[in-house]
Ligand binder design. Structure first.
Ligand code: CDP
Length: 786
């Protein structure tokens, strides 16, 4: 008997995560678990200065330390043409510094030793002669005429400006502003933060000098892309490079870039003929690897006096750090920031963006979000909330008045995105109902009468995920398409090989569920393999909430190919014509005679034992998916806070989050993803921030200074769901979009401002420490009384 759909537990079932069996038993295989015979250990010497010329490096004392095998400098790397490497943004980045250091924590030299402790000890014996230069710690200073040029290595670079980029129609927007009754504006900074995965970055490079075979175990979210980059950088034949990304302890965009440590360890392994392991410590991870955000933004919104949005103008200055290394699709210098029109039917918009080099670590990664979409969501929602207060309108009403109506989808925004589907009113109505909005507003008025400061913050978002269609989306020219290969074995068990790379999102479960829904093979019987370039189809990997819309779709497509071949086999077994065979829940049956059936398992067996003449044996296939469009998850979040006027201390009373990511493959996993996004939204709103002192020293280089909320501080989340499938996606799923606004820091900021608006507080930047809130209250009061 074939299983019934309920028993198959495909799409829509909260199947427990298959991967957790091994992970919770300590049987995961993380990078530091990889131990190879003859393995050496590498440690990296990093710059203590943000900006300094290197006058000389003396490695003699370090080399003399017993147990040290080699000390590598930029000079040595330069002899192999490896002192610099390309970044994912068509810039270059120093592998080991030769001329000068450009941020605190930059890689200067590496020691390879018999064990990791000797390697670390030897770092202290390397003498570097630095001549400090003026550090540039803000992009504003970077663009001043007299600012020293950071990238003196680039012949054509005469200043610190990297790019200028625009989207939308400047003239139409200017006209909209001229005709407007009301204009609100906002200057804000979305601060630099760090994804801080529990597991730091690292690798074990194993290059066989005799065969040229390079097997590199690496913490990467994008193994195939990295393989190609390695082939291009090192000139190694691509078939000799095997990247294995084992279990990852989180990635969040931090494990997308190519880091110098990977390159040095690989070169060292090649030269020494031994495997070389390099594992970062926490501080190295926080000060030198891909940061997130760091956008200084100015926004203006034009409205009619009855609250109709007429135009949006945003300019931003991105602090890119010393090397422009963020992984954005080539066409879009600031990622998909131009989704900044959000959920609103805006007739005119214009976005301009400039990037600047500063003496900080490079990055700008897609931290729990699609490319720079969090920054965009934050900007528009802050503006909308401010517009509501200025107009004296209820913020929910203003949003509803301007939402793109359900009937308008597919909808093309003025900045050029075609939104696939949405029901923004539906998500907002559910959020308002769940939070009890009408009653809360009454309670707020009463609270004010009693001198209590109660605030209600809203944020609605539209994410853009699933990059993407080959016409517009590539990294380094490689199109952002992804693959899935499926093999059904004679006993009806399957192995699915995917180009994405799970870092904790549960792909081993959800992708097996897609196969289950398409073919009727239960998820337990579908082994999902990923993270090994020799054994999975090509694809650009997992970041930016793209796996489900790309690899999930490829999985559905390859399953359907197999289903069609299965139909031929079933017709042969049932001795009927193929047109008379129907398929449902793992069974092929004769039209009108459902008891006359063969299971997918029968068919799989026949594919190897009893197939018709002329048919190829086997039941397997591969599919590459080129999405026809991006997908657009959306939702509304509501946050209730109470602020203590005397101290500025505020606490979160409620967080209600309604998300719509179309069809949910695994509702439990989706909720987990949303919890993660919400925790991050709370974190950035309250405590997570990487700052720098005036000398460019990174404050936030450890978990005592860079604060990550624990379960103790994190508020309770109340979740809600609407379901608006993506019409072009084979299974109607969209990316989770949990990242949409990463739990919407905007909702938290808006809630605090909502509590304080009548005191005169108009703007507060994150993180909302009690001190900062208190200062805002005092400044507003002083302003009111002067
Ligand atoms: O690219 P990444 O895996 O980070 O993001 P995603 O594709 O948005 O999905 C995160 C996790 O949620 C994956 O395990 C997805 O398969 C799952 N998911 C789901 O179950 N249903 C959806 N509609 C979207 C995602």
């Amino acid at each position: 008997m074939a299983a019934e759909a309920e028993e198959i537990r495909g799409i829509g079932h909260s199947v427990k995560r298959k991967e957790d069996d091994r992970l919770i038993r300590g049987r995961g295989n993380f990078i530091d678990d990889v131990k190879l015979p003859g393995m050496l250990h590498m440690a990296i010497l990093r710059s203590p200065f943000a900006h300094a010329a290197i006058k000389g490096i003396d490695t003699s004392r370090a080399s003399a330390l017993p147990g040290v095998i080699a000390v590598v400098t930029g000079e040595l790397m330069a002899q192999h043409n490896l002192a610099w490497m390309p970044t994912l943004s068509y810039d270059t980045q120093a592998v080991l510094a030769t001329d000068k250091v450009r941020f605190q924590g930059q890689e200067v030299a590496a020691v390879i030793a018999e064990d990791a402790y000797i390697a670390k000890d030897a770092l202290e014996l390397i003498d570097v002669d630095y001549e400090p230069l003026e550090p540039i710690v803000t992009p504003q200073r970077a663009l001043e005429g007299d600012a020293p040029v950071i990238r003196t290595d680039k012949e054509d670079q005469k200043d610190n400006h990297i790019y200028h980029w625009e989207s939308g129609d400047a003239d139409a927007t200017a006209a909209a502003f001229e005709a407007a009754d009301v204009v609100v504006s906002l200057d804000t900074h979305y601060p630099r933060s760090h994804p801080a995965p529990v597991e730091t970055c690292g690798c074990v490079a194993d290059v066989d000098p005799a065969t040229g075979q390079a097997t590199i175990y690496m913490t990467t979210q994008a193994p195939h892309l990295i393989r190609t980059v390695f082939a291009l950088v090192a000139g190694l034949p691509e078939e000799n490079i095997r990247i294995i990304s084992p279990d990852l302890g989180g990635g969040f965009g931090n494990k997308v870039p190519v880091y110098p440590g990977y390159v040095v360890a690989t070169a060292a392994s090649l030269l020494l003929g031994h495997p070389v392991k390099w594992i970062e410590d926490r501080t190295e991870n926080l000060i030198s690897t891909g940061f997130a955000r760091d956008f200084h933004m100015h926004g203006e919104m034009a409205l009619s006096k009855d609250g109709q949005m007429k135009g949006l103008r945003v300019s931003l200055l991105a602090d890119e750090g010393a090397f422009h290394a963020d992984a954005q699709p080539t066409k879009f210098k600031v990622g998909l920031f131009h989704i900044v029109t959000g959920s609103y039917d805006l007739p005119a918009a214009h976005v301009s963006a400039d990037g600047a080099y500063t003496n900080k670590a490079p990055g700008g990664v897609a931290y729990r979000c699609s490319f720079r979409v969090t920054e965009a969501s934050f900007m528009i929602e802050r503006l909308v909330q401010n517009a509501a207060y200025e107009l004296g309108m209820d913020p929910a009403d203003l949003r509803k008045k301007n939402f793109i109506p359900k009937e308008a989808f597919p909808y093309t925004s003025v900045t050029g995105f075609e939104y696939d589907s949405g029901d923004y009113h539906g998500a907002m109505d559910l959020a308002l109902e769940k939070v009890g909005y009408a009653d809360l507003r009454k309670e707020q008025a009463e609270a004010r009468g009693q001198g209590r400061l109660l605030g209600i913050g809203l944020a609605s978002f539209t994410e853009v995920v699933g990059a993407g269609p080959h016409k517009d989306y590539d990294l380094l020219g490689i199109k952002m398409n992804d693959g899935a290969e499926l093999r059904i074995h004679p006993t009806g068990k399957a192995i699915l090989k995917i180009s994405s790379k799970t870092q904790g999102q549960g792909h081993e479960t959800t992708f097996a569920q897609i196969v289950a829904s398409e073919l009727g093979i239960q998820p337990e019987d579908v082994k999902v393999q990923h993270g090994d370039t020799d054994n999975t189809p090509y694809g650009l990997g997992t970041y930016a909430s793209r796996s489900t819309p790309t690899v999930g779709a490829a999985t559905a497509m390859v399953s359907r190919k197999i289903r069609e071949k299965g139909r031929k086999l079933a017709a042969h077994l049932l001795e009927v014509s193929e047109d008379d065979v129907e398929f449902e829940a793992g069974r092929y049956f004769v039209k009108g005679a459902p008891e006359n059936a063969k299971t997918i398992q029968d068919v799989a067996f026949a594919a190897y034992t009893n197939f018709p003449d002329g048919m190829e044996a086997g039941l397997e296939g591969v599919a590459y998916y080129d999405p026809p469009n991006l997908t657009f998850p959306f939702g509304t979040y509501a946050v209730v806070v109470e602020v203590d006027e005397e101290t500025g201390v505020w606490k979160v009373d409620r967080v209600v989050a309604v998300d719509d990511c179309g069809v949910r493959i695994n509702p439990m996993i989706v909720e987990g993803q949303i919890h993660g996004g919400l925790a991050e939204g709370f974190a950035i709103a309250t405590m997570e921030q990487i700052t720098f002192d005036e000398d460019g020293n990174c404050i936030g280089s450890n978990f005592t200074d860079y604060l990550i909320p624990t379960a103790w501080e994190t508020p309770k989340f109340e979740l809600g769901e609407t379901v608006t499938p993506s019409p072009h996606h084979p299974i109607g799923a969209k990316g989770v979009g949990e990242s949409a606004t990463v739990g919407s820091p905007a909702a938290f900021v808006n809630a605090v401002i909502d509590a304080l608006w009548h005191l005169g507080v108009r703007n507060i930047d994150m993180p909302l420490t009690s001190g900062k809130v208190w200062e805002a209250i005092q400044a507003a009061k002083a302003g009111a009384s002067s």
